[in-house]
Design a protein around this ligand. Structure first.
Ligand SMILES: [Fe+2]
Length: 237
């Protein structure tokens, strides 16, 4: 049942992106026409540079090991007894270049602690329970539209950190990016040493994500678009 909903989420997400990109084309087309009529070219908007997603450190809990499940569903594990604890969240977004063009075929990895604030990593030896149904790690490849999507949980705080999800973007011909996304408006954000280390407020805001209910569904939705710096060799969808 949940799997069916997740699949449906993927379909609906793709549909939304396709509608949005058609809308962007229409807007760009209208702007170009208006510019022509006034003899003032207005091609800049579609080509304007976006805020490049700031990088953050990899941290001590980047997952490794042959036993790691490599899929997009973090809330069930092979041989598990059920679904992970926490607020199940459908996390999606796109990987874009600095001009807003989708970057396809690149690997997006995420990792985060479970609902008890514990990483499934040998280095996390804190005395907290471990949720056996939380995978803690996910990986997907972006589609032609640059989109990625995961089913995971809304992150929770652990000692010394405001809630966050780690991201790593890697692929041929793209700038390597490691970063973290945060919950918009979470009270501990202001005191988080890593979030505060980004001094530009706009860059900091670009890592803040809203977690919102989905009408008629038990999951939350969160959307985080990632913008890579242009290096002139990005493959585009
Ligand atoms: Fe972390």
């Amino acid at each position: 049942m949940r799997r069916a909903y997740f699949d449906n989420f993927l379909d609906r997400t793709l549909m939304t992106y396709s509608v949005q990109s058609r809308r962007n084309i229409l807007v760009a087309g209208a702007a170009a026409l208006a510019g022509a009529a006034l003899a003032v070219p207005r091609f800049a908007r579609a080509d304007e540079a976006r805020m490049v997603t700031p990088s953050q450190g990899l941290g001590p809990f980047y997952p490794y090991g042959p036993e790691i499940e490599r899929d997009a569903d973090l809330v069930t594990v092979k041989g598990g007894t059920g679904v992970a604890k926490g607020d199940i969240t459908l996390l999606s977004g796109r990987v874009l270049d600095a001009r807003g063009r989708p970057v396809s075929g690149v690997m997006v990895e995420i990792w985060q602690c479970d609902a008890f604030g514990r990483y499934h990593h040998p280095r996390d030896a804190r005395n907290a329970p471990l949720d056996p149904n939380f995978q803690g790690y996910g990986v997907v490849t972006t589609g032609a539209d640059g989109a990625y999507r995961f089913r995971t949980i809304k992150p929770v705080p652990y000692p010394g950190r405001t809630p966050h999800i780690h991201f790593r973007i890697a692929g041929r011909d793209i700038p390597y990016l490691v970063t973290q996304m945060y919950i918009a408006g979470f009270p501990q954000n202001d005191g988080d040493f890593l979030l505060k280390s980004i001094l530009d407020p706009k860059a900091r805001d670009s890592l803040l994500v809203r977690f919102e209910p989905i009408a008629g569904a038990p999951e939350l939705a969160a959307r985080f678009d990632i913008t890579l710096a242009n290096n002139g060799t990005l493959r585009r969808g």
